[in-house]
Design a protein around this ligand. Structure first.
Ligand SMILES: *[C@@H]1O[C@H](CO)[C@@H](O)[C@H](O)[C@H]1NC(C)=O
Ligand SMILES: *[C@@H]1O[C@H](CO)[C@@H](O)[C@H](O)[C@H]1NC(C)=O
Ligand SMILES: *[C@@H]1O[C@H](CO)[C@@H](O)[C@H](O)[C@H]1NC(C)=O
Length: 371
């Protein structure tokens, strides 16, 4: 393995270790990882019953309720002032919704969704700049309790809550890691609260403004800066700068650390660790083999160890996804072997073989007798 690649992976590993702790803490605080009602996906397929009540002519089923019972059919985007309650309606007897994930993460009670007989109603009280994002709805086709999204009816609008003091959409993360992969565009998510704001991209070392040519590097106010073909030389620390039309001093965004990762195209990146490398007879210890990789990449584990075939051990394989900020997820796959009531036969080398579709990686650790 190339040295720089190794170090990048070690960095990623340290970062994920950190992330795991943060994630666990966070979950307890905010009840993250709940199933989002609006994002639920049903697996069951039904014959499509084409008796759509709305949206059949490709017309948006999403409207905003204005004062005095007036309605506005929503298009691609909308700019609103923060503070004033937002009411959206979507026509249909069963409707699914999606909205900025921030509202779910913080289990926000400002948001309420009510299904009425002919339409569903989404109300967001005291919206702020942080609520800027895409709001969408679709008709659900249901058979008993199982429902399926009718994708043809999906209507979406991007709502900017334009705040003159918050030019960037505030983020809960103050320092964000962005992974650059050679095979897909990377996004530096400095979104703005008003599409008219001028934004520039800056590197910290060497301090320079990055040229935005609109193709290789472009800016989209609903996404951020997009690097079309990430390369190793793009890595480093960056921030975005926004020019206010009303203020003289520009605003600076969250900091972004861009890391270049080549994990996807290779065999697994694996590490192994024993709870203790020196044990005594009668002890209990475990050996953990860990692989970090792309969310969709499944990994299989196999073990070779001193007592193989003669000693019962318990092996438990698992995997989970960890979220690393907007749009990036890492899959952490683990195999844990537990050796109980240590005997002489258990001293020696524990070898974990990890396999993915690109190849295999062997990692080993030794467990010795404690004098
Ligand atoms: C922001 O304003 C400064 C000073 O007026 C100017 O030099 C800079 O080019 C502006 N940046 C953008 C992205 O418009
Ligand atoms: C492995 O051993 C360590 C140290 O004794 C313990 O904290 C940990 O819970 C063990 N893990 C499993 C999966 O048994
Ligand atoms: C990954 O999963 C697929 C489908 O479940 C399976 O066919 C394949 O053998 C798995 N690959 C590994 C390396 O476990």
């Amino acid at each position: 393995m190339k040295l720089w690649l190794f170090f990048t992976l070690v960095l990623l590993w340290l970062e994920v270790q950190n992330g795991v702790c943060q994630q666990v803490k966070h979950k307890k605080e905010a009840g993250e990882n709940r199933i989002r009602p609006g994002r639920k996906r049903a697996k069951v397929r039904y014959p499509k019953v084409k008796e759509k009540e709305a949206g059949s002519k490709g017309q948006s089923i999403l409207t905003q309720v204005l004062d005095k019972g007036r309605f506005l059919r929503l298009g691609e985007s909308l700019s609103l002032n923060p503070g004033k309650t937002l009411e959206l309606r979507c026509k249909g007897t069963k409707i699914g919704w999606a909205y900025p994930s921030y509202l779910d993460t913080f289990n926000d009670n400002r948001l309420s969704i009510t299904q009425h007989e002919r339409y569903s109603q989404l109300i967001l009280t005291s919206p702020s700049a942080a609520d800027t994002g895409e709001y969408s709805c679709w008709v659900l086709l249901c058979d008993g309790v199982e429902c399926e999204k009718d994708g043809d009816t999906t209507s979406a609008t991007y709502i900017y809550f334009t705040d003159k003091d918050e030019l960037f959409v505030p983020s809960a993360i103050h320092f964000e890691i962005i992974y650059l992969r050679p095979d897909k565009p990377a996004t530096i998510p400095c979104r703005v609260t008003n599409p008219k704001i001028k934004v520039s991209l800056h590197r910290e070392v060497p301090a320079e403004e990055i040229a935005v040519d609109g193709t290789q590097i472009s800016y989209n106010p609903t996404k951020g800066f997009i690097i079309q073909n990430p390369r190793p030389e793009h890595k480093g620390a960056y921030y975005c700068k926004a020019n206010s039309t009303t203020k003289t001093t520009p605003q600076i965004s969250t900091k972004y650390q861009l890391l270049y990762v080549e994990v996807p195209s290779g065999p697994p990146f694996a590490t192994i660790e024993a709870s203790s490398n020196t044990v005594r007879g009668g002890d209990i210890f475990n050996v953990t083999c860990t692989v970090l990789g792309e969310p969709e990449m499944n990994v299989s584990f196999s073990w070779r160890y001193p007592g193989l075939g003669q000693r019962p051990v318990s092996i438990h394989d698992s995997w989970r996804l960890i979220n690393r900020g907007v749009g990036h997820t890492t899959r952490i796959s683990q195999s844990v072997m537990i050796v109980d009531d240590v005997e002489t036969i258990d001293y020696g080398k524990y070898i974990c073989t990890t396999k993915n579709k690109n190849g295999e990686t062997l990692v080993a650790t030794s467990v010795k007798s404690r004098a």
